[in-house]
Design a protein around this ligand. Structure first.
Ligand SMILES: Nc1ncnc2c1ncn2[C@@H]1O[C@H](COP(=O)(O)OP(=O)(O)OP(=O)(O)O)[C@@H](O)[C@H]1O
Ligand SMILES: [Zn+2]
Length: 466
């Protein structure tokens, strides 16, 4: 398997620290609002990365944090007249509701910053003890000048960074590049006891401390959105490598921006669609499918029109898959030998499986993987029909189910067609064979009422859901 590593700027062969096991840390949402579809891109893409590793037989330990204390949290809680904790509790609940609808599996651990304060304080102490951090009036800052490889992830050089850095006048740091590990409490802010007085953690330190706690000093994959490369991930590397003296993450993965009119979708620009509001008009599976139809590192333009345009494709996949399920019931089960064509078709299915795996092995190319599913469905639609050997249909069904499981799509209709409906379809076909058109039509109408639409094709009857 090869994946693109932001650190080296190249696709590299994936080699986990421990054979058979993958440790992953993904920077999760700041829980002051519903998440938007730009944020969703991160959660969906790395959910697929995780599913694919699992499909390949790896044991994956997946950590996605909740940032539940920062300026935005405090501001919103004050506006709503609730505590920061209440705000966090609420939007963590909302996160899980939307994530579940999008088919995003729960992480192995979803740690909250505020539930790791002791662990964060320990981490900061270690940095101070080792001379990488200093205290000023209850704030603690990381001393970037102590590192000679700062900027290595974002490929920035220190001089450029210094000239570009802006310093907030409330900060008392020695150097513009230094960043806060601990912030002394201000009026109207929540705070926790620490050796430096009451305060709260900075943003970057929470991820270093939680990755360390749940995954160890060196992790396999660290991931997030593109805006996190600098400064967030750069600072995480500084903290973790200074504290532990070991490489922090072996691979850094970043999704491309999800844009609206070529501009980053962002809460601050007010050009965002939350998943919650999109769910009122669209099936969440369509959102997931839309995101996965492009390569995760490419910029992806979003509009409602584009989402609408993706509908047809997803529907085609559903109908194709449903037909295969239908023919599982109708296939030839008398254990007869496969015909030469049937054997050929089984080989073809295997070749599609190979192509799917090749696409996913090549830096998780879900766009190509989905194209393979379209080809497979198209071929199945024309090959699989009445009287085909059950082994062929089962093979198609199994391979498609594997693909669907990796991408987390086509899963909501997993149940096979209701027995009653299958019976009705069979009765109608019998009626047609006996030229009893009145009965055949009556059954067709009855099925329509149940939401099943029949279509008579040369290779037999097909059905789809209305
Ligand atoms: N438009 C976008 N495209 C891709 N990823 C994004 C986009 N916006 C945010 N992300 C990512 O979503 C994840 C969740 O981050 P978080 O909740 O902190 O959002 P955020 O960066 O505050 O969003 P916003 O910029 O809208 O305020 C992060 O990994 C972040 O990089
Ligand atoms: Zn982080």
């Amino acid at each position: 398997m090869r994946l693109y590593n932001t650190m080296t700027g190249q696709k590299e062969e994936f080699m986990p620290l421990e054979p058979g096991k993958v440790t992953m840390y993904v920077c999760g949402p700041t829980v002051y609002n519903y998440f938007h579809i730009g944020n969703a891109r991160v959660f969906i893409v790395f959910d697929v990365v995780r599913r694919y590793f699992e499909y390949k037989g790896y044991k994956v330990i997946y950590v996605q944090n909740f940032t539940d204390i920062d300026d935005k949290m405090i501001k919103r809680a004050n506006e709503e007249n609730i505590t920061v904790k209440e705000l966090g509790d609420r939007f963590i609940r909302e996160y899980f509701e939307d994530a579940e609808a999008l088919g995003i599996k729960r992480a192995t651990v979803h740690p909250r910053a505020t539930e790791n304060i002791d662990n964060i304080i320990e981490f900061i102490k270690k940095l101070i003890d080792k001379g990488y951090a200093y205290v000023v009036d209850g704030d603690v800052y990381f001393d970037v000048s102590k590192l000679d490889d700062y900027g290595k992830l974002s490929h920035k050089n220190i001089e450029d960074l210094i000239s570009g850095a802006r310093v907030d006048i409330s900060e008392k740091k020695d150097d513009p590049l230094d960043f806060a590990l601990w912030k002394a409490q201000k009026e109207g802010e929540p705070g926790w006891e620490s050796p430096w007085g009451v305060g709260r953690p900075g943003w970057h330190i929470e991820c270093s401390a939680m990755a360390n706690r749940y995954l160890g000093q060196t992790i396999d994959i660290h991931a997030g959105g593109p805006d996190l490369v600098f400064p967030h991930h750069e600072n995480e590397i500084a903290q973790s490598e200074a504290a532990n003296g070991k490489p922090f993450a072996r691979y850094w993965m970043h999704v491309g921006f999800l844009n609206v009119n070529n501009e980053k979708m962002s809460k601050s620009k007010n050009n965002f669609f939350t998943v919650r509001e999109l769910r009122q008009r669209y099936n969440p599976e369509l959102i997931r499918f839309f995101i996965l139809t492009s390569h995760y590192r490419s910029p992806l333009n979003f509009s409602l029109d584009l989402l609408d345009q993706a509908k047809n494709g997803l529907e085609r996949l559903h109908n194709g898959f449903d037909n295969i399920k239908f023919f599982m019931k109708k296939a030839n089960k008398n254990n007869s030998a496969l015909t030469a064509e049937e054997m050929g078709f089984i080989e073809k299915i295997d070749s599609y499986k190979k192509k799917f795996i090749e696409a996913m092995d090549d830096d998780f190319n879900t766009a190509d993987a989905i194209a393979v599913i379209f080809e497979l469905i198209r071929d199945c639609n024309s090959f699989i029909g009445e009287g085909i050997n059950i082994q062929v249909v089962e093979k198609a069904y199994d391979v498609l189910s594997e693909f669907a499981g990796v991408l987390g799509i086509l899963t909501e209709k997993e149940e096979l067609l209701d027995e009653n409906i299958v019976k009705l379809i069979e009765e109608r076909e019998k009626a047609r064979a006996e030229k009893n058109w009145a009965l055949a039509d009556k059954i067709r109408d009855e099925l329509k009422e149940k939401g099943i639409i029949l279509e008579d094709t040369p290779s037999g009857v097909r059905w789809k859901r209305a």
